[in-house]
Design a protein around this ligand. Sequence first.
Ligand SMILES: Nc1ncnc2c1ncn2[C@@H]1O[C@H](COP(=O)(O)OP(=O)(O)OP(=O)(O)O)[C@@H](O)[C@H]1O
Length: 235
Amino acid sequence: MTFLEVRNFGKSFTSHQLGSTRQAVENINFDLDKGQFIGIIGKSGSGKSTILKSIYRTYLPDEGSIYFDSKRFGFIDLFKASERQMIYLRKHEIGYVSQFLNVMPRTTARHLVEQALMEMGAVKETAAIRAEQALTHFDLDPQLWDTFPNTFSGGEKLRLNIAIATVKEPRLLLLDEPTASLDQQSKVKVREVIEKLKASGTTLIGIFHDIEFMENLCDKVFDMKNKSCELVHGG
Ligand SMILES: Nc1ncnc2c1ncn2[C@@H]1O[C@H](COP(=O)(O)OP(=O)(O)OP(=O)(O)O)[C@@H](O)[C@H]1O
């Protein structure tokens, strides 16, 4: 059964400064089965992030629908979901990782990961153990665990971001260039976690500029240029 259905999706932005509206993306269609990984490729400004942000409802979409097979709400059109439903889905079912850290201020790295685990129902002791495992896996220096991440380097923020999103083992994970500022070794770690999540049934949508990184991971590639989806062999 289809897990995610993007139908005739479009989004435009209005500039109050210019007093005009610009169509950022239009007529996007693709499907995903549970456990599949789709990579989105296309030139800068073609609307890749806009698609992900609209699925996560950071942006309010204005055309089409995105049906998501939610454990809690059944097959739900994310564009019509209430704000309350979206808050639940972001907490429990849909994860989003970007290059930017957007977390509660004055909260330590350790606490952020623990909190993510407790939101998923882990008790404090289990959350504490699993948080340390995740921070270790993503090579975050233990000296940083009890500090606030606002002063972390770009790569450190990103690794923490990935740790927070992946410990929750979301049903759908949106990856908006999660390897952008990572070195080769960290990319390998991200890859390992993506493979693990995929094997456990997580459905993923990812934007990567590093096409090589994407190649053997994806089942499908959606090309913004011709708005077509192709199956990838060996994904
Ligand atoms: N919040 C916003 N307000 C106004 N315009 C926006 C907004 N977000 C995106 N856009 C515009 O929508 C278009 C698509 O942007 P988007 O970030 O989705 O592209 P992208 O393909 O992800 O680009 P890149 O690869 O450079 O990250 C761009 O022209 C961008 O300027």
